[in-house]
Design a binder for this molecule. Structure first.
Ligand SMILES: *Cc1c(COP(=O)(O)O)cnc(C)c1O
Length: 393
């Protein structure tokens, strides 16, 4: 029986997330295959998925973690010990840098000035040092907030900035180059991007030990062209003598989570049938509004595809707290359960308690079929994000 079907009757208190250990392992096996065949190393980008209770399930298939700053670096260091810990941050803080050096083995800078400021200290601490480059090669359309190559982007060093600021002394501090320009893309976009990377920065690649090709590779998606990815990796590896890193977030936990919710009420406005759920798009699936996108919902169709169409929304006061319009075989009634899919990535790690919404419980569906409660939240988690219980302290 599909796990979604089981979740309809599992009697877990809703709303709740369920993380699918078997699917995480299946994704891990795909990623391990790429590493075994090419010698590349794959890191988990924790900004997409930082449910550390599940790290022990995926660690055997990964070389380590990638962090966006101090807290994620510490999490990777603590929860995936004995593995590599890489960090990239658009700007490091002076008051955090010493602590960061305790956790991260690879430190990637965003600009020549950050490299100038911190590079020597990182080298003296024995770290592998990199610079994020911007190959100025947009391969995606529609989602400008997810395009680090968009005009005026703050992410990565352009060739013009490299040429004006990268002295020989700074270049000699570098062990590697890093780029991250993709989002939910196939390997043809990587191939195009590598063309731009070589054209602009090719002269420096053979002086490096490693090249980190960032995330956004949708490697575990069914139609992903893994063979082309592997040809790209092997070509760069052999042509320039590089250790290749990839740091996908989504691909590690793609389709490995669910959000189970219950219908609290149904109502009608004109021709629109509406169902109020016990989950909120604004709080529990913020990317639905931010990206925006339409999450898959088990046993549902597009608007009008099945006999009963509903606009699904949350219980908050935000007019736009809408997941979308979905259709069903039967009319929805109070107490019905719905299972949103692909809810492991960019979900729990982006949750908030806007409007006093509780944070959903988080469960693991273990590979042996049992459920394990990983986290349960309450009133205190809402209240004490806004103030201290001892304000004078
Ligand atoms: C977001 C991010 C990733 C992961 O991206 P996915 O789209 O989740 O694969 C990797 N590296 C960096 C620097 C990122 O900002």
């Amino acid at each position: 029986m599909a796990i979604q079907e089981k979740l309809l009757t599992a009697e877990l208190r809703t709303p709740c997330y369920v993380l699918d250990e078997a699917k995480l392992i299946a994704n891990g096996e795909v990623l391990k295959g790429v590493q075994d065949r090419t010698g590349c190393r794959i890191l988990l980008a924790q900004k997409a998925f930082s449910n550390f209770n599940m790290y022990s399930a995926i660690a055997p298939y990964l070389a380590g973690t990638e962090a966006s700053g101090l807290f994620e670096a510490r999490l990777g260091f603590e929860e995936m010990p004995d593995k590599e810990c890489h960090v990239f941050c658009a700007a490091y803080r002076e008051d955090e840098f010493e602590e960061l050096l305790k956790y991260a083995g690879h430190i990637v800078f965003n600009s020549p000035s950050q490299l100038k400021k911190f590079g020597e200290r990182a080298k003296a601490a024995g770290k592998s040092v990199g610079l994020r480059i911007n190959p100025e090669c947009s391969t995606q359309e529609g989602h400008e907030i997810y395009d680090p190559c968009a005009k005026g982007s703050r992410l990565g060093t352009t060739l013009a900035q490299w040429n004006s600021e990268m002295t020989e002394q700074l270049i000699s501090q570098l062990d590697g180059l890093h780029f991250h320009t993709l989002c939910e893309q196939n390997s043809d976009a990587l191939e195009t991007t590598l063309g731009a990377v070589e054209e602009k920065f090719g002269a420096y690649l053979s002086r490096m030990k490693w090249l980190n090709m960032g995330g956004g590779h949708h490697i575990t998606r069914e139609d992903y062209d893994i063979e082309l990815l592997e040809r790209c990796i092997i070509r760069m590896r052999d042509k320039y003598g590089l250790q290749i890193y990839l740091e996908p977030g989504e691909a590690v936990a793609l389709n490995a989570g669910y959000l189970v919710t219950t219908v609290l009420d149904t109502l009608k406005n004109g021709d629109t049938d509406i169902a109020i759920l016990d989950m909120s798009a604004a709080c529990h699936t913020p990317d639905v509004i931010e990206m925006p996108y339409r999450p898959p919902l088990y046993k549902s169709g597009e608007k009008g595809e099945k006999p009963f169409t509903y606009r699904l929304g949350g219980p908050t006061c935000l007019a736009g707290d809408i997941v979308g319009d979905y259709s069903f075989e039967n009319a929805l009634k109070v107490g019905d359960r719905l299972v949103f899919e692909d809810m492991a990535i960019y979900s729990t790690c982006k949750n908030n308690t806007f409007n006093g919404m509780p944070l959903p419980d988080i469960w693991a569906a273990k590979a042996d079929g049992s459920y394990k409660l990983l986290a349960r939240f309450g009133y205190e988690d809402f209240k004490y994000r806004l103030g201290s219980s001892t304000p004078e302290a």
